[in-house]
Design a protein around this ligand. Structure first.
Ligand code: G4P
Length: 530
């Protein structure tokens, strides 16, 4: 049994992001297959209908507990212990993606080779860059007709502003897909369609192998030689430092469905990505090998199991070792607590964990005490991780319940969903809580809100969309905010901590308010810090 620091050293924790349908579920499944966590592909439930993110979400809902969309999966591969974090595929949930990336040490971006960076997903991929973590690109579906690989790399560079460095290079695509060329080993991994349920059998051959022209055909062979010359001459040099800082993305080509290129990707990726690195706290950096336990909450999910109406807080362990039954300090509440029912997803099952190490993610039963960004640590440690910023909502609606007798359920549902970070709630000063104004980053979150209130809390709501597009927190000390001189289409509201904010219909109105109210200071971000 490896010792404690060895356990941390072998952790690899990463998130997979993709546009719906690019192949995230399939790739995850194949990674599990190689890890021996499952023996047959098709075991991990993916979503059948990914046309629309809400239907996805409802599907996910049905499958929670067994699906790869259950937030986090752990499995072993070789000497490594891998934690994969799942992220939603739609840009409207990019804030969720951002929070998940906070818990990851690197990200794998899956791109459909026929589609490239899809317009709807730009926002999602850009969120990745905000975190400065290594980003690896897997260009998938090479067994289908694909776009020119140079063009795909260029698009990633232009759209996302990150350098690319192909680690392997495709030979043909679709019906004429012959395999990939490994730029470091300078040999070819030949493709043979296996149906994808089992590990792929690959044939290797060097670029100077005399049989290669027969294998690829003269045309593809020549294209490959030209491409390789061009890549070696002009492409970005591989620079591990740039990769570590998220400035250069190693690019792999493959086909998750047929298993092709998945294992070489996994092996090289595991070598390039890092074990857990130090994390920033208000008191300074924390070394993952520090023996004292520390973690932060990055995700809260209610009603994962309808029968038990439970709520799980997911935390990323940043240092030390967690043992079941251990007493920890919940820093924001200043209370010592025992983390109840610590769980991990092991391939397809939720299992109670006895111990977990820096780099791991555990889900703990949350009786309603945790908020996103909270720190838990060994009582003697007392650190506080930097808070996770909330994204400023861009869409607003006034929401009220249809049946006034359901007031209690309505307030509870709204509160819980807001605590999960899916929506932000505001109210008008002196108005009580009869009506609430809800702000979201993407409009699909309104649909999810409506769906969840009905299904989880039995409350029908009426929603009236409001014309506001942005908000600002009032930072300056103002005695009577309702005396502010505001244009008629600017609204004063309060958040759940009674801080005052202004909702604006345009940037022009933001400037107008600043010009007409001396001393008014506005902030774009409201930190979760308590
Ligand atoms: P997602 O999680 O990113 O949304 O994508 P998912 O893995 O569910 O894949 C979306 C569709 O693309 C699936 O087909 C899947 O089989 C297919 N796919 C994934 N990787 C590859 C690949 O490398 N090559 C090819 N040709 N197809 C691939 P589907 O018909 O929507 O679903 P299913 O009925 O096959 O499950």
């Amino acid at each position: 049994m490896p010792d404690y620091s060895q356990q941390i050293r072998r952790r690899r924790t990463f998130a997979i992001i993709s546009h719906p349908d690019a192949g995230k579920t399939t790739l995850t499944e194949k990674l599990l297959l190689y890890g021996g966590a499952i023996t047959q592909a098709g075991t991990v439930k993916g979503k059948k209908s990914s046309r629309h993110a809400v239907s996805d979400w409802m599907e996910i809902e049905k499958q929670r507990g067994i699906s790869v969309t259950s937030s986090v999966l752990q499995f072993e591969y070789g000497d490594c212990c891998i934690n994969i974090l799942d992220t939603p595929g739609h840009q409207d949930f990019s804030e969720d993606t951002y929070r998940t990336l906070m818990a990851a040490d690197s990200a794998v971006m899956v791109i459909d080779a026929a589609k490239g960076v899809e317009p709807q997903t730009r926002k999602l991929f850009k969120v990745c860059l905000l975190r400065d973590i290594p980003i690896f690109t897997f260009i998938n579906k090479m067994d289908r007709e694909a776009r020119d690989p140079f063009e795909l790399c260029e698009e990633i560079e232009e759209e996302l502003g990150i350098g690319t460095c192909p680690i392997n290079w495709p030979i043909g695509s679709g019906k004429s897909f012959k395999g990939v060329y490994d730029r470091k080993k300078r040999d070819i991994l030949a493709f043979s369609a296996t149906g994808g349920a089992k590990r792929v059998q690959a044939t290797e051959a060097g670029l100077d192998d005399p049989h290669l022209v027969d294998m690829l055909g003269q045309e593809l062979y020549q294209t490959l030689c030209d491409d390789v010359e061009l890549l070696d001459g002009a492409g970005d040099d591989f620079d591990m430092e740039l990769v570590r800082h998220g400035k250069l993305s190693p690019v792999f080509f493959g086909s998750a469905l047929t298993n092709f290129g998945v294992e070489p990707f996994l092996e090289q990726f595991l070598q390039m990505t890092t074990p857990p690195l130090p994390r920033t706290t208000v008191e300074g950096d924390i070394d993952p090998f520090d023996p004292e336990f520390s973690a932060f909450v990055f995700k809260i999910q209610a009603n994962m199991n309808r029968a038990h109406r439970d709520r799980l807080a997911f935390m990323r362990i940043c240092s030390g070792k967690f043992s079941k039954g251990m007493e920890v300090l919940h820093v924001q509440q200043g209370k010592k607590i025992k983390l109840a029912q610590p769980q991990q997803m092991m391939a397809q099952e939720r299992a109670i964990v006895d111990e977990a190490y820096a780099g791991d993610i555990i889900g703990v039963f949350d009786p309603g005490i945790f908020s996103i960004g909270d720190t838990v640590c060994a009582p003697s440690k007392k650190v506080r991780f930097s808070s996770i910023p909330t994204f400023a909502p861009e869409h607003f609606a006034r929401v009220r319940q249809v049946d006034t007798l359901k007031r209690k359920q309505f307030v509870k549902g709204m509160d819980q969903i807001a605590q999960e970070g899916a929506i932000q709630i505001f109210h008008e000063p002196y108005s009580g809580m009869e009506e609430v104004i809800v702000g979201v980053v993407g409009t699909l979150q309104f649909d999810v809100l409506e769906y969840r209130l009905k299904n989880e809390y039995g409350v029908d709501i009426r929603m009236e969309r409001l014309p506001y597009q942005s908000l600002r927190w009032i930072e300056s000390e103002i005695e009577r905010p309702d005396d502010l001189h505001l244009s008629t289409d600017t609204k004063l509201v309060q958040d759940y901590r009674d801080r005052y904010l202004l909702l604006f219909t345009s940037e022009w109105n933001v400037r107008w308010s600043l010009e007409h109210n001396k001393g008014l200071e506005l902030a774009e971000f409201g930190m979760n810090e308590s």
